[in-house]
Design a protein around this ligand. Structure first.
Ligand code: ACO
Length: 426
């Protein structure tokens, strides 16, 4: 049965249709609102605004649920590979054996990057942040691969190219930043193994691929693979809505992810934990600072726009973190500080009242540290994980026959009409 919400203003009524999602989520469809009433809605930060219908990812922030194409992220983290999860997100279903093999072949075939890109990398100032470099380089791919056909086959090639090359480029940027020779991708290695090998193999010390490290990276990437309409994904959709090419849209997503309130939080967490450690390990002080409304400091890795309970990804990554450190026999003082901070915060009335729990970034930095990833590359690692989600969301939006260019409105609060005053008269 069709449902409606009645809007009454100045004695006039308007029926607004209710839209119900497959998990029972409800929205009020206001598409005809301005045309019929002259009103727009105002929702800073889009806290109550749904920007699209999407069949990719379901989250329930109150219950701590996250599913990709219906499959709980816990099951994917346990049983799937990153490659398979990427296929699932982009194509809407798990691949059969033949499809997965073909996908692997395509990724392998596209994993090399044009050698001219190396020149690009080398000309960035040494102190450049890798996220800035990655965003620029992904945009530059458009110049190296200018043929952007619109047939399904050509779009698939572009998507595969991105998944394969961005991983190579991330490892390449690390090698160049260290002044080391590049390590090329190998066809005999899996997606995760290849990345680790390209990052850490050197002619003088061959990299030993450890299964617990590969597992940690695989899970880290699966947990980050999509998260519905977050800031970077919305940026990909919004930029994509102008019908720019996929490279430009993904480049915008990378730029948005860089922010410390978003993907940059994993780097901010490690910096904060290091700070607490080097200044004597006083966790209570950090929690008190985060509560002080006169201090802009917020506890990085805590809180989430949607999750008002424990982030399901944080639960999984925390377990992976414990297991990885134990199997590698690493004792990281930052892990002890993180555990203590979490314990203090979860008992603190401010954190309880504000529903602030650890998010995925709280423990992921410690995992990345144990793998050997330098802190300034943490957000790049997040970007590599989020790539399939961005691609899937871009594809869904460009395939949508009702898609419009994103163009929010505003309520103007500036000067009313006034006259120009010549310079001599001001
Ligand atoms: N530390 C202290 N207080 C916090 C924190 C925090 N980490 N997060 C939110 N709050 C407080 C706010 O001060 C605010 O308090 P008030 O209502 O008394 O004024 C209240 O909780 C609500 O905060 P908002 O900023 O309105 O929540 P919003 O949904 O806009 O922000 C965000 C979510 C940006 C994630 C926020 O919790 C935050 O800044 N966290 C720290 C950064 C972080 O970890 N980001 C990673 C997010 S997950 C991801 O991108 C993978």
């Amino acid at each position: 049965m069709d449902e409606f919400v009645t809007l009454i203003y100045n004695g006039k009524e308007m029926l607004l249709p209710v839209v119900t999602g497959s998990e029972g989520e409800k929205a009020i469809d206001i598409a005809r609102l301005r045309a019929e009433t002259g009103f727009i809605t105002l929702d800073p930060g889009y806290v109550n605004t749904g920007s699209c219908l999407s069949a990719i990812t379901f989250m329930d922030g109150e219950k701590g649920i996250l599913r990709y194409r219906g499959i709980p992220v816990e099951q994917l983290a346990e049983h799937s590979t990153f490659k398979e999860t990427a296929y699932l997100l982009i194509n809407g279903r798990l691949p059969n054996r033949t499809e997965l093999t073909q996908f692997s072949i395509n990724l392998n075939d596209n994993s090399l990057v044009h050698t001219d890109l190396k020149v690009f990398f080398q000309n960035f100032p040494r102190a450049s942040h890798p996220m800035g470099i990655l965003s620029a380089m992904v945009n530059a791919l458009r110049s190296f691969y200018p043929s952007l056909g619109t047939s399904e086959e050509e779009i698939n090639i572009t998507m595969t190219r991105l998944l394969a090359k961005v991983r190579t480029m991330a490892a390449m940027s690390y090698k160049i930043s260290r002044g080391h020779e590049l390590v090329l991708p190998r066809p005999d290695l899996t997606y995760c193994e290849n990345f680790l090998n390209m990052m850490f193999d050197t002619p003088v010390k061959p990299y030993e691929i450890k299964k617990e490290v590969v597992r940690a990276l695989r899970v880290f990437w699966i947990l980050h693979a999509d998260h519905e309409q977050n800031c970077s994904t919305s940026s990909v959709r919004m930029v994509g809505s102008a019908r720019v090419n996929l490279y430009a849209a993904i480049s915008a997503g990378i730029a948005a992810l860089w922010g410390p309130l978003h993907g940059g939080a994993n780097q901010a967490v490690i910096e904060m934990l290091t700070d607490v450690h080097t200044s004597g390990g006083n966790c209570r002080k950090a929690v008190e600072r985060a509560k002080d409304k006169n201090d802009p400091f917020r506890l990085p890795g805590f809180g989430h726009r949607v999750y008002k309970t424990y982030d399901p990804r944080a639960k999984i990554i925390k377990k992976i973190c414990d297991e990885l450190l134990e199997s590698m026999q690493i004792s990281d003082p930052l892990l002890d500080i993180a555990r203590e901070l979490e314990e203090i915060a979860l008992k603190d009335p401010y954190f309880i009242d504000h529903n602030l729990y650890p998010n995925v970034d709280f423990y992921s930095g410690i995992v990345l540290r144990a793998i050997g990833i330098p802190t300034n590359m943490f957000t790049v690692m997040f970007a590599l994980g989020r790539l399939p989600g961005w691609i899937a969301q871009w594809k869904e939006s460009t395939d949508d026959p009702h898609w419009k260019i994103s163009r929010p409105r505003q309520i103007y609060t500036g000067n009313q009409q006034c006259d120009y005053i010549p310079l001599h008269a001001r």
